[in-house]
Ligand binder design. Sequence first.
Ligand SMILES: Cc1ncc(COP(=O)(O)O)c(C=O)c1O
Length: 372
Amino acid sequence: MTSYRPTWAEVSLNALTDNVKAFKEHIDNNCELMAVVKADAYGHGLLECAEVMIEAGANRLGVAIIEEAMELRKAGIKLPILVFGYTPRAAVQDAMNHDITLTVFTEDVLKEIVHETEQRQRSMIIHIKVDSGMHRIGLKRSVDIIQLLEQHASPLVQVEGIFTHFSDADNEDPAYTEQQFDHFLSVVEEVEKAHGTIPTKHCCNSAATISFPHMHMDMVRVGVSLYGLYPGEHMQESIPLHQVMSLRTKPVMVKTVHPGEPISYGRSYDPDNPIKVATVPIGYGDGLPRSLSNQGEIVVNGKRAPIVGKVCMDQTMVDITSVGEVREKTEFTIFGESTEGHIPLQEIADQLNTIHYELTCQIGKRIPRKYV
Ligand SMILES: Cc1ncc(COP(=O)(O)O)c(C=O)c1O
């Protein structure tokens, strides 16, 4: 979509490259780096980010759903791609045609994979998902995995990987993650005893990759931190990261608003004194949370300007009385690299009681990504 509005999400490809390289340095040479690019690369742009991450040294790509993997394949990306989530039986043919690795944790999908491979005499790679304590998807017990693999064994289906996902690796207390890791290790040991060696064993997300090097195994699956976001503040010393996305806009109208002239829907902000107000063309329809109404701040001329009144679907009003001169070309930074005066995404996330990457994921399609 052509975009004429002066509102954009700046995506720093240098920062992305530096973050990938920082992780490559953080892990051993014999450990692979899977770059997680699901949800449009956490809102940063799937293809643009994938290409840069590959160039910077990512060995594989991870996505949530097969549609994302197909988009990567259609763009000509040849790296191994793992789909983490459930893939419906109807999509197995597409996975095979596009050389996409599927995660298996149910009998119906494995049955379909075996059926398709035998029908077409083509091989396929799978990874098995172990539920070590997240209680989302996966099989908990080694006996169930062994039984599944024995009942549906086929020389055309290669179990290349086995993995689990941590639910609490950003916690400063490592106890639950250690417990999940131990559970995973014991399942892997039993499954390998029965089935033979599985070459790619993996369990670490960003938080675990940063905090628990002894859990790296054959591969780490890093998402949020490749985009420069720390899963926990206590990790900042462990690896240097740079926030990749900055959200910016410019004013479309500046005016003085007097007491008795309430701003925006519901008249929730009525100034005590005359104030200078800028209207910026971004709203909750673009992913700027409405809960920032009368709460959030936007950086203008290196100073913080409060959002006044309710955030509308497409527009937001900002009190610019104390930020100096504002012109048509003045940039308003909603979040960005936390240099002086900028607002770290973490601060907004804390204010809204959410996580920073929910915010980047929610930046809508109407906002063009500018790669710099
Ligand atoms: C299975 C799996 N692995 C890895 C990741 C990457 O996690 P993070 O973004 O915390 O690095 C995710 C994301 O939620 C995931 O679902």
